[in-house]
Write a protein that binds this ligand. Sequence first.
Ligand code: TEU
Length: 543
Amino acid sequence: MNVADKVVYQIYPKSFQDSNGGGWGDLNGIRNRLDYLADLGVDFLWLTPFFPSPQRDNGYDVADYRAVDPRFGTMEDLEALIAEAAAHGIGLMFDMVFNHTSTAHEWFQKALKGDEKYMKYYIFREGAPDAPPTNWQSKFGGSAWKYVPELGKWYLHLFDVTQADLNWENPEVREELKAILRFWKEKGIKGFRFDVVNLISKGDFVDDAEGDGRRFYTDGPHVHEYLKELVHDSGIEGMVTVGEMSSTTIANCIRYTNPHEHELSMTFSFHHLKADYKNGDKWSLMAPDIHKLKEIFASWQEGMAAGGGWNAVFWCNHDQPRIVSRFGDTDCYWKESAKMLAAAIHLMRGTPYIYQGEEIGMTNADFADIADYRDVESINYHGILRESGLSEVETMKVIEARSRDNGRTPMQWTAGESAGFTSGTPWLGVNRNHTSINVECEQQDTDSILAFYRELIALRKKHRIIAEGSIHFLARENDDVLAYERELAGEHLLVLCNFRPTDVPMPELPAVGAKAGEKLIGNYPGIKEMLRPYEVIALCYKV
Ligand code: TEU
């Protein structure tokens, strides 16, 4: 399937729209908002997991891959959503968490009882109670191994202790997962997102003298072989597929996405979202390094294009803080910066993803205390940071900036009670700024962030150069302005984005020709010496 001119909208069901007052978003709530999503112009909806789960990691701890958690609705509700989305011209993508299952999954429960068949579904290792097999660390803090006294063995969990890693070396595991994909394909969904799928092939289980062990399981020895087999044998090639790739490389993402490899349609990589990580550490704050951000975009965009790979392009998701709070401005240039950030990636080469609320400029949470947070990673790191010697004030400054709950506060539909998200008690606090940042007020404003996202999506559909053009980054030494050119069949698209809240000089640019072409966004740079705060220019022209 050609994904170049498509746009995907990510829904975190738990926080999108509650239809029954339970305080959680649900499938019927999504169905009630299909007109809104069709009006925005998106082609696919990626739903994060709504399968039965203890919710220790908000559904990424799956206990049954073929059912609907009753708190989100019924299978009939899901089938109605699939059908009504299709009637709106929208396909659904489900989120497959195949690196691990919940320890509540029946497979793991059988393993705990010593069932040899199911113990081989996971990564169990012999060991003494006080000696984990390796020094690997969980991405949520602490050891990546848990000891089971009844079995005298340790099991691997790269994430939470309730998320046991599957043993992909076992062909029976691979067959189980293929059957799950066929089950959902037959239900009529149009694609899949694969959670941390580049971690599924583990190399040697040895201590990591240099780090947390990730170099032994990231883009592991058999990952491409497993992906080819999964996609081919389950019959999902040709569907829209995207792999979440943790700590990956351009070379691997070319292999994951080049059509000749028959693996995935596209990949998420996260290097651009570490431009504000001090020393690469999520929990050490620094102001965004815009030059580094630009270099990452240039290397990934040009590198993937050179190798025939395909990027998902995105800023936000359910694991990330809100981009307008992070790389933009939530004060006097809130609207301008949100629009600039959107244009910067929507005009790039790749398939854009919009995370719920991003299209109206939703900001980070406004919580005051760790008790307001629900994210297991944030709560774990609150303890780790305090134990490292940070004060409560210093710790909360980090949590407020980095918590995944920043992207999980309920969708802001109206200025009313609970932002129109629920008639009950929301599972997570609603941001008080919903009185001014909400869908209802932006739908009435032709200059709103929402109107701008609708325009960007329409531009991608109208101008083939955005979907199919080459890309080349300009003014790479400039620290303030992201500049790139797209080219297709003699037509050029020049894109300039000022990432600063100040006027900045126009960077050195190639002659764009006296007869400027169609202005897609903003004014022609030839008559300008300066760019205004967060100004965007997108100009088509022919040489
Ligand atoms: O995320 C994997 C992942 O790498 C992120 O958890 C990231 O490491 C972290 O949030 C940044 O500090 C996927 C899902 O998107 C996430 O919600 C799950 O918690 C995780 O996998 C485990 O399934």
